[in-house]
Design a protein around this ligand. Structure first.
Ligand SMILES: CC(C)(COP(=O)(O)OP(=O)(O)OC[C@H]1O[C@@H](n2cnc3c(N)ncnc32)[C@H](O)[C@@H]1OP(=O)(O)O)[C@@H](O)C(=O)NCCC(=O)NCCS
Length: 257
């Protein structure tokens, strides 16, 4: 029981850049409270204590703002980030390592009791803020659902679905850079290194620094060549410019070569 709780806490520390300590997670994360309360609720539901299961789920909803039907199945390390306004239906299944943001509905479109009416999320699926996933289909492992998307059809593993109704985005060439041998690496808010503005800025700085280094090397080469051509005893590279050995335009001619 405690090892499961530890892994629930650790997955929040790993996935939420705002989470700073275990104590903060235990006391301030309704997503954790909802997952912990769902366990007795689900046990009651599957052992014939239906009303008690519903009641625990109702109390949990009141405390956390997340409504998880006691019949729903949750895997390990499921994280409801921000949590408020989430609804998880009776026949929904959420795989290991899934991340679900605020305002998400895993809902049904059929009124028939006893049928699979709600979606099944594979492992490591990210369902972004406000998305609605409606129907008894499968969202494949590692898929991402965009914020406010309305998904009404199955989503293949690793795909990104956005819009209303949701469409599958063509896969990005660099997306595999974020994958690990164990599967795709989690990225908070479904953002990859390719999209991260700080990452992009750093990439730009590194490219510009290396091009400047190249220019400096060319200039240095030019200075040495001019120094070699200068009248004997007059100029050395260090004091060449001070002594006026470089004529305007000459340096740029050499750099261009
Ligand atoms: C789904 C998501 C991960 C896609 O990110 P991405 O792969 O980087 O996608 P891009 O930004 O490259 O966009 C690709 C295309 O999808 C569109 N798109 C992206 N997200 C969209 C969304 N949520 N709804 C509609 N269209 C979307 C873009 O406009 C773009 O369309 P275009 O090709 O016609 O120009 C991202 O949009 C998202 O929703 N992240 C979750 C953020 C979130 O919920 N944060 C909560 C923090 S509390």
């Amino acid at each position: 029981m405690f090892s499961r709780l530890r892994s629930d806490i650790q997955c929040i520390l790993d996935r939420d850049p705002a989470a700073r300590s275990t104590w903060e997670v235990i006391t301030c994360y309704p997503g954790l409270h909802a997952v912990v309360l769902h366990r007795p609720a689900h046990w009651c539901w599957t052992h014939g204590f239906k009303w008690l299961g519903r009641f625990i789920s109702h109390v949990s909803r009141w405390l956390t703002g997340i409504e998880i039907h006691p019949g729903a199945k949750l895997g390990e390390r499921v994280f409801f980030d921000h949590a408020m306004g989430v609804v998880v239906g009776e026949t929904a299944e959420i795989g290991d390592g899934c991340t679900i943001y605020q305002g998400v509905t895993l809902g049904g479109t059929s009124l028939y009791k006893g049928t699979k009416r709600h979606p099944t999320l594979g492992k490591d699926v990210v369902v972004s803020a406000g998305a609605k996933v409606l129907g008894g289909f499968v969202v494949g492992d590692g898929a991402k659902i965009g914020s406010n998307a309305v998904v009404i059809k199955p989503v293949p593993a690793g795909a990104t679905a956005v819009g209303i109704p949701a469409r599958i985005l063509p896969s990005k060439a660099g997306a595999s850079a974020d994958a690990t041998p164990e599967g795709p690496k989690f990225s908070a808010y479904g953002v990859t290194l390719e999209d991260d503005p700080v990452g992009q800025a750093l990439k730009g700085l590194i490219t510009s620094a290396s091009s400047q280094e190249h220019q400096i090397a060319l200039l240095w080469q030019a200075i040495e060549q001019l120094a070699a051509r200068a009248p004997e005893g007059n100029c050395v590279p260090q004091d060449a410019q001070r002594q006026g050995c470089f004529e305007a335009g000459k340096l740029s001619d050499l750099v261009g070569k």
